[in-house]
Design a binder for this molecule. Structure first.
Ligand SMILES: Nc1ncnc2c1ncn2[C@@H]1O[C@H](COP(=O)(O)OP(=O)(O)OP(=O)(O)O)[C@@H](O)[C@H]1O
Length: 265
């Protein structure tokens, strides 16, 4: 089964074509990664899928339904949620409360009824709390449940953001550079968590610069460069693809030239 389809998706910002006629599909099972040099258009692609930007052209289908141009909250209510490159947590709330908020956005009664102490609301509140605790255990943060979210380490905040996204029971989760800023050990733990998310039946689509994580975690990889899809396949296939190697070498050469220019003043 196909979870997500991008059909000829294009996004222009004035004269700049950030995403250029990109088509690919994400199967229901497993982990798909989008990789590419800096500025290739990966985050823009995520924003187009999750409704934070509207495509200039093309269509996005989620479980066979056209979601192109829908508002982000409409898309997340359908079961497609995302995390951000820069963590966005409720800093004044505890770790547990952050996950509960993610869950409340999903429950029938919602956040408001949690304040009305009806038996149904109390029952739902207990379920929300139990599920939130399960998710904290899942990402290894159970011992931090009552700590302020703002006091967590950066790596822990990233895990918390993931738990909060999963609290909505999504069918597809988009993870934007989940390993950014993590050390090797944290990154390995993250890879295992991502695999388990997929094994539990939630489709994972991620953007990542950490190639070790991509190679160890993804089943399929889509490569973009200058807004265009230049390759796709298994990790083993794309790592030896000449177009992919050229794109990465090209971007390394550009970065080196820019550095040299800076040094030259
Ligand atoms: N809102 C915007 N307005 C104008 N240009 C934008 C906007 N958002 C992104 N761009 C441009 O679109 C291009 C693609 O950017 P994008 O952030 O999607 O790349 P990326 O592959 O995610 O990069 P990185 O790996 O550095 O995060 C870049 O040239 C960027 O400057």
């Amino acid at each position: 089964m196909t979870r997500l389809v991008l059909e000829n998706v294009t996004k222009r910002f004035g004269g700049l074509v950030a995403v250029d006629n990109v088509s690919f599909t994400v199967p229901e099972a497993g982990v798909t990664a989008v990789i590419g040099p800096n500025g290739a258009g990966k985050t823009t692609l995520f924003s187009l899928v999750s409704g934070f930007l509207t495509p200039t052209d093309g269509r996005v289908l989620f479980d066979g339904q056209d979601i192109t141009g829908l508002a982000p909250e409409k898309i997340s209510a359908r079961g497609l949620v995302r995390t951000f490159q820069l963590v966005k947590l409720f800093e004044d709330l505890s770790t547990l409360e952050n996950v509960k908020v993610g869950r409340h956005l999903h429950t029938k009664a919602g956040l408001f009824s949690a304040f009305l102490h009806t038996p149904a609301a109390r029952r739902e509140e207990r379920e929300v709390e139990a599920r939130a605790r399960d998710l904290l255990s899942f990402v290894g943060l159970q011992h931090k449940a009552d700590a302020d979210a703002s006091g967590l380490s950066y790596g822990q905040q990233r895990l918390l953001e993931m738990a909060r996204a999963l609290a909505a029971d999504p069918r597809l989760v988009l993870l934007d550079e989940p390993a950014a800023g993590l050390n090797g050990e944290e990154s390995e733990a993250l890879s295992r968590i991502i695999r388990r998310i997929a094994d539990n039946g939630t489709t994972v689509l991620l953007i990542e610069h950490d190639m070790t994580l991509v190679m160890n975690t993804a089943d399929r990889v889509v490569v973009v460069d200058f807004g265009r899809k230049i390759a796709e396949g298994t990790p083993a296939e794309v790592r030896v693809n000449p177009a992919v190697i050229a794109a990465y070498l090209g971007s390394a050469a550009t970065a080196k030239a820019a550095e040299q220019e800076k040094l030259n003043g």
